[in-house]
Structure formats: C-alpha cells, structure tokens
Design a protein around this ligand. Structure first.
Ligand code: HEM
Length: 231
C-alpha cells in the first residue's frame, strides 16, 4: 500500500463529505450532527491535506516558478490576485449577500406553512399594567431575535420588558410576551431585532394604557403585525 496514494484518496473523500456538509450548512440545514460531521471532516481534511501538499510540493513549485530562470509564473500571480481580491471583499463584508444567499433555501425563510410564537413571561416587576405583546415578524426578520424596552418620549430607556437572548441559530419564532409596564403613558416601545451581531431598532408610541387592544402597525420586512393588549 502506497502512503502517498492513501493520503490523496483520504483527502478526496474527506473533501467530498466536507463540501456536502458545507453546502448543507450554507442552505441553513444546521442540525447538530451536520455541524459536527462538517467540523470533524474539516479537521481530518486539514490534517491529510498538509501531507498531501508536502507530497506534491514539487508540482506546486513547478506551477509557480520557472525551473530554468527561477522567475515567478503568471499563474501564481493571477491565482494570488483572484484570492487576494476575494479575501479583501470578504473581510470588508462586501460579499455578504453571496455568503447569505443560501438562506433563501432554508425552511421557514420563504413560505412558512405555520406561524410559530414563542410564549414568554417577564412578570418580575410587581408594579404596573399587565400587558400582552403579540409580534409577528416580517420576512427580513425571520432569523432575528427580538428584545423589548420601554423608553420615554426622548428615547431614554426606562424598562426592559424582554432582554436580548444569546443568539440562537436558524429561524426565530414570533413573540407572544406577557409582561407588566410600570411607566405611565405616553412612552415608546422599543423593539430591537438582532441577527448576527447587527441590530435594527423600531419604536412604537403608546399614548394610553386604557384596557383594550392597540395595533402597533406594520413595518415592511420587520413587522408583519403587532398588537399590544392592555389588560
Ligand atoms: C469544502 C469546504 C468547506 C465549505 C464549503 C464549508 C462551508 C461552511 C459553511 C457554509 C458553514 C456555516 C457557516 C454559517 O454559520 O453560516 C461552515 C461552518 C463551519 N466550518 Fe466549514 N466549510 C468548508 C471547510 C471547512 C474546513 C476545512 C474546516 C476546518 C475544520 C471547517 C470548519 C467549520 C466549522 C468549525 C464551522 C462551524 C460549525 C458550527 O456551526 O458548529 N470548514 N462551513
């Protein structure tokens, strides 16, 4: 058995499994076993690829440098330019739409057949009006977590009704929040949508806390519908 051939075949098979699980992760199929398989084959791939590169160093040198004159070949310059430009565009996040494109294939991203609400209760404050906030997110906010605060009309935050959660993976449920508001009206409800470290804030003015249901209005892409029920 030739070691060199064994290494080449292992690299090829590991690459195939790595690429398959990588594509699944790209289209947001992030089951734990897929992430784990991807990571393990990533490590196996790297370990064997190092030996594969060492075994084929002569070819790599021949592609890069002219044997006789020792000058750098055009192919090395062009390959470095292509990867260099893509590296700069990635680090500066210009290529984010390409990296994020796969999520259009994610279930729940396009046509959710059911609407899921995560029911949360934050009744720590004993004071205040009992309220229920129902928030169905828009299509651009499928993956966003939502936090809810109360601020005065100048924007100063007075109460946190729902703190931001450690970011979870995959589509995030809509919100059915049972809580209490101690601040007297008028005030602003501040809804913060967070996904991958980026946040968008929206405010909704609440002018009275008389019992009943108030519509909080739609916001293209972020809020499909939102209601505040004052109990
Ligand atoms: C064929 C090459 C590869 C492709 C197409 C690929 C693709 C991907 C994609 C799309 C993700 C998900 C990113 C996200 O969070 O949205 C990912 C995650 C990851 N990749 Fe790769 N990758 C490749 C090679 C590697 C290699 C060589 C390693 C080395 C160990 C590696 C390690 C990881 C790890 C640790 C994660 C995070 C997994 C997690 O969420 O637990 N990948 N990869």
């Amino acid at each position: 058995m030739k070691n060199k051939n064994l290494i080449s075949l292992t690299v090829a098979i590991a690459f195939f499994l790595l690429a398959t699980t990588g594509i699944l992760l790209y289209i947001k199929q992030k089951a734990h076993f897929i992430e784990m398989t991807h990571t393990i084959f990533g490590l196996l791939f790297i370990s064997f690829a190092i030996f594969h590169i060492i075994n084929n160093m002569d070819s790599i040198k021949a592609y890069s440098k002219d044997r006789k004159s020792g000058s750098i070949k055009k192919e090395l310059v062009v390959a470095s330019l292509i990867t260099g430009i893509i590296l700069v565009l990635s680090v500066t996040e210009v290529l984010e739409p390409v990296a994020e494109f796969g999520k259009i294939f994610a279930s729940g991203g396009k046509r959710p057949s059911t609407v899921n609400f995560a029911e949360k209760k934050t009744l720590d404050s004993t004071q205040g009006h009992a309220v229920v906030l129902l928030l169905q997110k828009g299509k651009d906010a499928t993956f966003s977590g939502v936090s809810v605060e109360v601020s005065d009309t100048t924007g100063k935050v007075l109460e946190t009704l729902l703190a931001p959660e450690k970011e979870a993976k995959g589509p995030q449920a809509n919100l059915l929040l049972q809580t209490k508001i101690a601040t007297a009206a008028p005030f602003d409800l501040v809804l913060t949508f967070t996904h991958e470290g980026k946040s968008k804030k929206l405010t909704r003015r609440v002018t009275s806390l008389t019992s009943g249901v108030q519509g909080l209005g739609k916001e293209e892409g972020l809020i499909e519908r939102a209601y505040l029920e004052i109990q």
